[in-house]
Ligand binder design. Structure first.
Ligand code: NAD
Ligand code: MG
Length: 389
């Protein structure tokens, strides 16, 4: 039986890895919707190759370009945010949520509302609106599967276990591009330096977030939301080899570690085939050749994002939406050359401190999440202007 699948963010790093797995077994899948943004040629080529029903670009100025690229193929074209959200409402059995940023929230919610299994790479949506996503999944009897490598690792380590026996969850961090840089040099880090990752090949934004540890900061919140543990039960461990992705510590002292190659097709494939485990085209690790795995505690002076994330977990409510939006805006500022690498955390800190509690304590509805998001983006832009000016 074929499964109906959609891929949101199909042209990105996770999207392309998902397509790689699906294209290896074309008879097994019936592709419904593929979405992208700027990369129209890639989006159209994949939609034609996979015989998708519809291709959607987030950029509504590119509809004609997309139509032209799809001409004669029978694949429908659409553009804009509304079309993107509607893609989430098209019936599908399995949906990959791999848009980058808070823009992934609304299409993901729609997919859950129609009961699809949502493979969630878009961690930002759990950070912004974790309770809303979980309650929507529950209400519509939809399954949420983690795709982030650490969360997939924890999920796998928990198979057959009782959450009451879980004492702690340890997620690992490679340390990113500046793991071994002298602290005083960080202020001069360039965009090109921050955009290269020692172990993983990922989209530019998450690569920079790895260097600043904002990625791990988001993942701490993602762990709390997904697994429902107390923030004090979650630890970050710097592990430069990126072979162990996470560990679960149990009340009997056992640590179950998930070891695997730094290839997202493992976590994507696990979510694609769950609850089965199927053969995947990833490297088999030769531990004798690797020789040693090393670990060190994270340095919060080097990576202030980790402390900010702890503050957000303590604050709760919509502070995750504020945190993520301020982070996305600060990252835009760094990419545009307006602020330095270390200023990103200062911007986020200031926005969190200055936020009116009314925004954070409002009930978690989609409208309130968007309101908090917009307010935080505006506030972050003002802070960036002050600092840049
Ligand atoms: P990417 O930048 O390579 O791709 C992002 C995708 O989103 C592209 O298809 C792009 O066209 C689309 N997009 C960008 N802006 C959009 C917008 N405003 N509206 C709609 N679509 C938009 O990113 P990625 O590295 O593939 O990451 C995707 C998500 O997966 C992120 O949430 C990231 O944190 C998460 N993730 C990625 C990795 C990885 O290895 N790349 C690992 C774990 C989690
Ligand atoms: Mg990760």
């Amino acid at each position: 039986m074929t499964r109906k699948v959609s891929i949101f963010g199909a042209t990105g790093s996770i999207g392309q890895n998902t397509i790689d797995l699906i294209a290896r077994d074309p008879g097994a899948y019936d592709v419904v919707a593929l979405t992208g943004a700027a990369n129209i040629d890639q989006l159209a080529a994949d939609a034609i190759r996979l015989h998708a029903d519809i291709a959607i670009t987030a950029d509504d100025t590119r509809l004609e370009d997309l139509r032209t690229a799809l001409q004669g193929s029978g694949v429908e074209a659409a553009a804009g945010q509304t079309a993107l959200t509607e893609a989430g409402c098209r019936p599908a059995d399995w949906v990959m949520s791999a848009i980058v940023g808070a823009a992934g929230l609304a299409p993901g919610l729609c997919a859950l509302e129609q009961g699809a299994t949502l493979a969630l790479a878009n961690k930002e949506s759990l950070v912004c609106a974790g309770q809303l996503i979980l309650s929507t999944a529950k209400k519509h009897n939809a399954r949420l599967l983690p795709v982030d490598s650490e969360h997939s690792a924890v999920f796998q380590a928990l198979v057959g276990e009782d959450m009451d026996a879980v004492e702690r969850i340890i997620i690992t961090a490679s340390g990113g591009a500046f793991r071994d840089w002298p602290l005083e040099k960080l202020a001069t880090a360039t965009l090109a330096e921050a955009s290269s990752h020692p172990n993983w090949d990922m989209g530019q934004r998450i690569t920079i977030d790895s260097a600043s540890m904002f990625n791990k900061a988001l993942e701490l919140i993602e762990t709390r939301e997904y697994f429902g543990v107390h923030p004090d039960q979650i630890e970050v461990l710097v592990h430069p080899e990126s072979m162990i992705h996470a560990m679960v510590g149990f009340t009997d002292g056992a640590l179950m570690a998930h070891v695997g190659p730094a290839d997202m097709r493992h976590a994507i494939g696990y979510a694609l085939h769950w609850p089965d485990r199927r053969a995947l085209p990833v490297e088999r690790l030769d531990l004798a050749q690797i020789g040693a795995l090393t670990f060190r505690p994270p340095d919060e002076k080097r990576w202030p994002a980790l402390r900010l994330s702890r503050d957000v977990m303590e604050r709760g409510g919509l502070s995750g939406a504020v945190f993520n939006a301020a982070k996305e805006t600060a990252l835009d500022g760094f990419i545009a050359g307006r602020i330095g690498f270390q200023t990103m955390a200062q911007v986020v800190d200031q926005v969190l401190n200055d936020t009116d509690p009314g925004h954070i304590d409002a009930p978690m509805t989609l409208d309130n999440v968007y309101a908090a998001d917009q307010m935080a983006r505006q506030a972050a832009r003002s802070v960036i202007e002050q600092r840049a000016g």
